[in-house]
Write a protein that binds this ligand. Structure first.
Ligand code: HEC
Ligand code: HEC
Length: 461
């Protein structure tokens, strides 16, 4: 069987006829149907995303300027006070009527490649292993006006409430799903009023890690999130990131109105092109293997390409099941909260035990791989014997592994065996809860030459 794929691919390449390839029929997977989306203006959306004040609590600007100071812009189009802030911070007007600085969507949804900040590439080097409240606590002890103090303490309350639910074991993975669950616990679903005492039980503090997906996939995907749980009005779901600060429905409505533009912008983001040489003949062979082995789930690319929007049950994909089994914001009490809330009016949180085979456009740039970022390179994803059990990676974005396609890594000791905290938090330990690197073994069945060819083909997407 294995050998046949390769021979078939080569012989087809030789006679130049693509038409007669029959993809492996395999089982049929359910399809997520497209749902109508509100339209918007991409240029206005980009501007609002990087300059808009949609996170309306934070550190008072005057205090921020004194303690942390400016930052290099790194992305184009930043205006007003934002022009002198790091790209992942924005200024907003708080309910106290003063300017505050807080983290924007790009804190998680921008990443660096070859030193360049790329909007829409999931950040994979942020450090959520520490106590997020410490810095805010320190800032709140500084000299400030009474109004500034009111704003500062409101922000500190929020950060203190969520900090214990956002600590990851390793640098690079993201706690956003658990963070959202913690915020829902503290808000009334109907009025959105905040209470320091949670109204529904908080999620477990043990964060299920997630690798931030690239935004450019949303041009093809009919659902949001790895487990396809985000359905209905995507713009509405996206603005749930303002849950940290948005205390009234009126405020949420105002932000939501702008997010139709943000969604439209996300759909225009192009995946980056592989910047180095590609062996096109080898890639052409890889394309044939891909279309036989991978396309039934991941779709086809290039002219006439199509993406099937399937979902695959966790029992079949075999990757770490915890997220799809209802961890974090996908647990029943949060799904119920969501349905009753402002978000539930136009969108739905529908978790099921599946993972989405993502569109693989620009996949080369999105290491590490799988929903929890447990596999550092595509080479290791395609050959499970090469997946490291414990590993540390380079955080130098210009040190990308062009041969294995992903982050250069070294094998490490188990988490518990590393006494030095700084070193320990850089170890990705796949034996930890939610951090598993098993499953998705479709590449194992290929011959080594076929794997090499598929890897080359993936660089062209
Ligand atoms: C704290 C980090 C963080 C912040 C801030 C954040 N996100 Fe996300 N976002 C994530 C993670 C992690 C996921 C994947 C969650 C999952 O699939 O379970 C995600 C998923 C998404 C998706 C779905 C992508 C897909 O392929 O399914 C979109 C769209 C999105 N975020 C938009 C936004 C927007 C717009 C903002 C700002 C208003 C934002 N996010 C703020 C971390 C973040
Ligand atoms: C049965 C359906 C199926 C087949 C066949 C399949 N995949 Fe996947 N693939 C998935 C699913 C589902 C995921 C997401 C799993 C997860 O994140 O836990 C995935 C994830 C991936 C990822 C990682 C995406 C990311 O963002 O981290 C890559 C790369 C990939 N597949 C490549 C391939 C290649 C190459 C083949 C063929 C050799 C293949 N897949 C065959 C279903 C499939």
């Amino acid at each position: 069987m294995k050998a046949t794929y390769w021979v078939l691919a080569v012989s087809l390449a030789a006679c130049g006829s693509d038409d007669s390839i029959t993809p492996d029929a395999g089982p049929q997977y359910p399809t997520i149907e497209e749902e109508a989306q509100r339209t918007g203006d991409p240029a206005a959306g980009r501007d609002y995303l990087i300059n808009g004040g949609y996170i309306t609590c934070g550190i008072p600007k005057a205090v921020y300027d004194r303690v942390l100071g400016g930052g290099a812009p790194e992305i184009t189009g930043r205006t007003g006070a934002n022009a002198n802030l790091p790209y992942n911070y924005s200024v907003a007007t708080s309910s106290e009527g003063i300017e505050v600085v807080s983290a924007n969507c790009l804190s998680c949804h921008a990443g660096r490649l070859n030193g360049q900040v790329m909007i829409g590439l999931g950040g994979s080097d942020a450090d959520f292993t520490g106590d997020q409240a410490q810095l805010v606590q320190a800032a709140s002890n500084l000299q400030m006006t009474p109004t500034e103090r009111t704003a500062m303490l409101r922000f500190l309350d929020r950060i203190k409430a969520i900090a214990p639910y956002t600590r990851t074991l390793t640098v690079g993975v993201n706690p956003a799903d658990n963070l959202t669950a913690a915020l829902m616990s503290h808000r009334d679903p109907v009025t959105l009023a905040w209470s320091n005492t949670p109204a529904i039980p908080l999620p477990p503090p043990l964060v299920v890690p997630v690798d931030v997906p690239p935004w450019w996939r949303m041009a093809k995907k009919h659902s949001m999130f790895y487990s396809a749980a985000g359905r209905g009005d995507h713009a509405r779901i996206m603005m749930a990131a303002s849950l940290l600060c948005t205390d009234t429905v009126a405020e949420a409505q105002a932000i939501d109105a702008k997010f139709t533009d943000v969604r439209a912008y996300l759909e225009t983001i192009e995946p980056p092109k592989w910047p180095w040489a590609i062996d096109m003949a080898l890639a052409a062979e890889g394309k044939k293997v891909f279309e036989i082995t991978c396309s039934r789930c991941h779709g086809t690319y290039g002219d006439g390409g199509s993406y099937p929007n399937h979902i695959v049950p966790i029992a079949e994909i075999g990757t770490d099941p915890i997220l799809a089994q209802g961890a974090s914001q996908f647990g029943p009490r949060y799904v119920e909260w969501f349905a009753k809330s402002f978000w539930g009016q136009t969108s739905r949180l529908e978790p099921t035990e599946v993972y989405v085979p993502p569109p693989l456009d620009g996949i080369w740039a999105t290491a590490p791989f799988l929903h929890n970022g447990s596999v550092p390179t595509i080479e290791a994803l395609l050959d499970s014997t090469k997946r490291p059990r414990q590993w540390t990676r380079t955080f130098d974005s210009s040190d990308y592994d062009r041969a294995a396609v992903g982050w250069k890594f070294t094998v490490a000791v188990p988490h518990a065996q590393e006494p030095d905290e700084m070193k320990r938090t850089r170890i990705y330990d796949t034996t930890k809860f939610g951090y598993g690197n098993q499953g998705h073994t479709f590449g194992d069945a290929l011959e080594p030459e076929e794997r090499t060819a598929v890897l080359e083909y993936l660089k062209t997407l």
